[in-house]
Design a binder for this molecule. Structure first.
Ligand code: F1P
Length: 346
């Protein structure tokens, strides 16, 4: 009988290698990618995907807008496909960055087709060559190191997210950020090697039955992704919130069986820690993930903009260990398939 979650565990533990390989792909194509964006005279960027890759879109758009003068937004692919007028004001001089591990998700394919038909530019990011998505972009980037056996995305998410951050650094002329990203794989290997014990202890803690992941700015999309991992792998009640939003009602759910996970920033850490202290007084257990002074501390020496992928491994391992302690197999999540294909042209 194979161990529960063996594929998922391997993919989480090896994701830093995926990051290094992805950065090699981006570095090899840096000049044409920079020229593509300049020549397109893009004045706005839309990021899109489904499920995990939609949450990636939220995180990438918030970071990209924070770092540049350009308006950037993250939306589910189904919104761009089915509600275009609500999704964007004009496609001209707007670039759609469509992200998909499989390159086969129907909604993402339809969003690309519809956006191109509306006159927008399209760049695709995926993990498998020769899939439908790789034929729909003006530029199609494939990151094979994000490929996975398991259904719930882990290595794929962080590899694709890091690639999106590298594109943002290229397009918004942030050479220092691009250089920093090359230090992430080593920081990731060190971090992953340190957080196993904590994930096992917390993952097997019997008294927890609800999980809240708090993140703001570029970290909100990452909080959404960790909340999805907890749902997909462990079938537990889990929700993401912007830090300050948690006080405005959701904190009613806090009990002694609650774990609140904070994805900490440096810039606004004071406000974020105040929220966590309040929830601790209400009886919640709290786990902080951040650069320093946190239960899960990166100690990366990297700038806030470069740290994004480091927020994921501890939360991924927490979900994996909780699933295994509940006798669930994260490699085969309840009700889920690795790709959602719609027969939308019936
Ligand atoms: C998108 C997705 C995943 C989700 C599940 C079903 O896949 O929604 O995010 O976790 O695996 O598919 P993709 O378009 O990124 O391949």
């Amino acid at each position: 009988m194979p161990a529960l979650g063996q594929h998922t565990r391997r993919e989480i533990l090896t994701q830093a290698e995926g990051w290094a390989a992805a950065l090699d792909v981006l570095r090899a194509q840096a000049a044409p990618l920079r020229e593509f964006f300049r020549a397109g005279r893009y004045q706005a960027v839309l990021f899109t995907g489904c499920g995990s890759t939609y949450y990636l879109a939220l995180a990438a758009a918030a970071l990209g807008q924070e770092l540049s003068r350009l308006p950037m937004r993250g939306l589910p692919a189904s919104e761009i496909w089915l509600y275009p007028r609500a999704a964007y004001a004009a496609a001209a001089h707007t670039l759609l960055v469509a992200v998909s591990r499989s390159g086969e998700t129907t909604e993402t394919l339809r969003a690309c087709e519809a956006f191109r038909a509306a006159g927008g530019g399209v760049l695709t990011l995926s993990c498998y060559p020769g899939r439908a998505l790789t034929g729909l972009g003006d530029v199609n980037l494939v990151l094979p190191s994000g490929q996975e056996e398991s259904v719930a995305q882990t290595r794929a998410f962080t590899t694709l997210y890091l690639s999106a951050v590298a594109l943002i650094a290229l397009w918004t002329e942030q050479p220092a950020l691009l250089d920093e990203l090359h230090r992430l794989p080593e920081a990731g290997r060190r971090l992953i090697g340190r957080c196993g014990d904590l994930a096992r202890a917390l993952g097997s803690a019997p008294g927890l039955d609800r999980f809240y992941f708090l993140g703001s700015g570029p970290r909100y999309g990452l909080a959404c992704e960790l909340s999805l991992k907890m749902k997909e792998m462990t079938l537990s009640h889990s929700e993401p919130f912007h830090f300050m939003e948690f006080r405005h009602g959701p904190k009613a759910m806090v009990t002694s069986t609650t774990l609140v996970v904070g994805l900490m920033s440096e810039a606004q850490g004071e406000y974020e820690r105040a929220v966590l202290e309040e929830m601790s007084l209400l009886g919640a257990q709290v786990l902080t993930i951040g650069e320093q002074e946190d239960e899960v501390a990166f100690d990366s020496g990297l700038s806030e903009a470069a740290r994004g992928p480091l927020y994921l491994p501890a939360g991924q391992l927490l979900a994996l260990e909780r699933a295994c302690s509940k006798g669930l197999d994260p490699d085969r999540p309840h009700n889920l398939d690795a790709v959602v294909r719609l027969d939308d042209r019936a």
